[in-house]
Design a protein around this ligand. Structure first.
Ligand code: GLN
Length: 480
C-alpha cells in the first residue's frame, strides 16, 4: 500500500479485495501522520481513539456483509474550526486551547455515517482569518512542496495534509477563499459549494453570511464525493438549502464539448507572468476539449476586497463577542472585576489579526458609520452578485485564476495586511455572491510551486463545475 498516494477509489477497492482492513489502513494513516507532521505542522492533534473506533465499525460491517458506506475506511482530516465531540477544537486560537466540544458538526457526523475515519484536526489561521496560516496561535504550516513557503490559508493544514499524503481527503472552510487559495498553493483540489449547500451547524462562526464548509481531495472525484456526503438540508441550520443533492459522480463523463466558458478580463490584470502563462495554457486546454471561450466583464470586482473587509469584519466582531472568558475559553487569571476579566481574557487570548478585525468591524457597525460603510458594502455585494448573474446569462461557467501568485515565503507578507488581503482578490467575489467555486491544479512554476485554476458556476450548479474540472483533470490539466 502506497499510503500517501491513495485515492478514495483505491481505499474502496483495497477494502473490498481484503488487501487491508480499515483498522490496518487507519493505523498506517496515523503512523504516517505522526511521522510526517513535524515537516509541515499540518495537524494540531490526531484523534487516534476516535479513528480506531470508526475503523473497527467499518470492519465489523464488512465482516457482516453490510454496505459500509461510500467513504468506508477513508482517512479524512478536519479543519480545527469545525467542532468534534470529545476532540479538542481550538480554531487555531490560544483562547480555545483547551476547548472540548460537546457535539459534532453536521458535516463531521455525515462523514462518519458514510464510513469515513477522522484521523485528526488540522491547523488553520485563528478563527479562519488569514491567507497564509501564519495567524495560527500554534505556529505556521509549511507548504509540502516548499517548506520555506506558506500553504495558503486559512485552511492551510487541511490542504497540506492532503498534499503531503497524511489524509486522503479533508474538510475546510471558506469565507473569502480559504479553501481554493490553499488548494491552489498546495496542488490539490478544493471545493467551496453554494452557500447553504452544506450545513454550518458546528462550524465556528467567522462571518456567518459568507462562511461555507467545503472539501479537499487529491482529485476532482474525491472532492466531489466528499461534498455529496456532507451536502443537503439540515434542520439545525436554517440557512441550509432544501435543494436536492444530485449524484455528482454520475455526471463526470468527460464531455464538455460546446460548453461556453467566460474568462473575466478583470481577473487577468495583476497576475505574475508564470501564473498568467499557466492559466492561458489551461484555457487553451479547455478549448481543445471543445469548450468555447468568451471574454466577459465583472465590473464590480475592483470593489470586492473593500466590500469583503467591511462585511466580514462586521460579522466577525459580533461573532467573536462570545469569547468572553465565561463560556468556552480560557480565562485570564489576574482580574479584579468582571470588565477587567473580559478585557484581560480577550487581550491575552486573541492574536493580532483577530484584534484588528474586531476593531475594524466594531467601527463599521458603530452609530453614524453603519450607513456609510456596512450598508454601502451590502449594496456593493449586490452589485457583485449581479455581475455574476449577468455573466451566467451568456456563459455556462467562468474560469479564472485562484490567486495572483503562487505560494509565497513564510514571513513575506505578515507585516503588511493590505498585501496579504490582496491574495484573495479573485476568490472573495465567489463567496460574496454565494456561488459554487473550486480550484483545480493547472500546473507548476519552474520552481515547482503548484498553481490552481478556478471554476465558478451558477447557484447549486456544482454538477457542471465538477464535470468541467474532471474533464480538465483527465486531459492532464496539471501536467507541465
Ligand atoms: N483570507 C481571507 C480572510 O483573511 C479569507 C479567509 C477565509 O476564507 N476564511 O478573511
Amino acid at each position: 500500500m502506497d499510503f500517501p498516494l491513495l485515492t478514495i477509489h483505491d481505499v474502496q477497492e483495497g477494502l473490498r479485495a481484503r488487501k487491508f482492513s480499515s483498522l490496518e489502513l487507519t493505523a498506517e494513516a496515523l503512523r504516517y501522520a505522526r511521522s510526517e507532521n513535524s515537516k509541515t505542522n499540518a495537524y494540531l492533534h490526531l484523534s487516534e481513539e476516535r479513528a480506531l473506533a470508526a475503523a473497527a465499525r467499518v470492519d465489523e460491517k464488512l465482516a457482516r456483509g453490510e454496505e459500509p458506506g461510500p467513504l468506508a475506511g477513508v482517512p479524512v482530516a478536519v479543519k480545527d474550526v469545525i467542532v468534534t465531540k470529545g476532540v479538542r477544537t481550538t480554531c487555531g486560537s490560544k483562547l480555545l486551547a483547551g476547548y472540548i466540544p460537546p457535539y459534532d458538526a453536521t458535516a463531521v457526523e455525515r462523514l462518519e455515517n458514510a464510513g469515513a475515519v477522522m484521523i485528526g484536526k488540522t491547523n488553520c489561521d485563528e478563527f479562519a482569518m488569514g491567507s497564509s496560516n501564519e495567524n495560527s496561535a500554534f505556529g505556521p504550516v509549511r507548504n509540502p512542496h516548499a517548506p520555506d513557503r506558506v500553504p495558503g490559508g486559512s485552511s492551510g493544514g487541511s490542504a497540506a495534509a492532503v498534499a503531503q499524503g497524511t489524509a486522503v481527503a479533508a474538510l475546510g472552510s471558506d469565507t473569502g477563499g480559504s479553501i481554493r487559495q490553499p488548494a491552489s498553493f498546495c496542488g490539490v483540489v478544493g471545493v467551496t459549494p453554494t452557500y447553504g449547500r452544506v450545513s454550518r451547524y458546528g462550524l465556528t462562526a467567522f462571518a456567518s453570511s459568507l462562511d461555507h464548509i467545503g472539501t479537499f481531495g487529491r482529485n476532482v472525484r474525491d472532492a466531489a464525493l466528499l461534498l455529496q456526503v456532507i451536502a443537503g438540508r439540515d434542520v439545525r441550520d436554517s440557512t441550509s438549502a432544501e435543494a436536492p443533492v444530485p449524484d455528482y459522480l454520475a455526471h463526470l463523463d468527460g464531455n464538455v464539448k460546446g460548453l461556453k466558458l467566460g474568462l473575466p478580463r478583470e481577473y487577468l490584470n495583476g497576475l505574475t507572468s508564470e501564473t498568467g502563462a499557466l492559466i492561458a495554457r489551461a484555457v487553451d486546454g479547455l478549448k481543445k476539449l471543445g469548450c468555447e471561450i468568451r471574454d466577459i466583464s465583472l465590473p464590480a470586482t475592483d470593489y470586492a476586497i473593500a466590500c469583503y473587509y467591511v462585511i466580514a469584519t462586521a460579522e466577525a466582531s459580533s461573532n467573536l463577542a462570545r469569547y468572553d472568558g465565561v463560556r468556552y475559553t480560557l480565562r485570564s487569571a489576574q482580574s479584579e472585576s468582571l470588565s477587567d476579566m473580559y478585557r484581560n481574557t480577550r487581550g491575552e487570548g486573541f492574536g493580532a489579526e483577530c484584534k484588528r478585525r474586531i476593531m475594524l468591524g466594531t467601527y463599521v457597525l458603530s452609530a453614524g458609520y453603519y450607513d456609510a460603510y456596512y450598508l454601502k458594502a451590502q449594496k456593493v455585494r449586490a452589485l457583485i452578485a449581479r455581475d455574476f448573474t449577468n455573466a451566467f446569462s451568456q456563459v455556462d461557467a467562468i474560469v479564472a485564476p485562484v490567486s495572483p501568485f503562487p505560494a509565497f515565503k513564510i514571513g513575506e507578507k505578515i507585516d503588511d495586511p493590505m498585501a496579504m488581503y490582496l491574495s484573495d482578490i479573485y476568490t472573495i467575489t465567489g463567496d460574496l455572491a454565494g456561488i459554487p467555486c473550486m480550484s483545480v491544479p493547472c500546473g507548476q512554476t519552474v520552481e515547482g510551486l503548484p498553481v490552481g485554476m478556478q471554476i465558478l458556476t451558477r447557484h447549486f450548479d456544482e454538477t457542471r463545475m465538477f464535470r468541467l474540472a474532471d474533464a480538465f483533470e483527465r486531459a492532464g490539466g496539471a501536467q507541465n
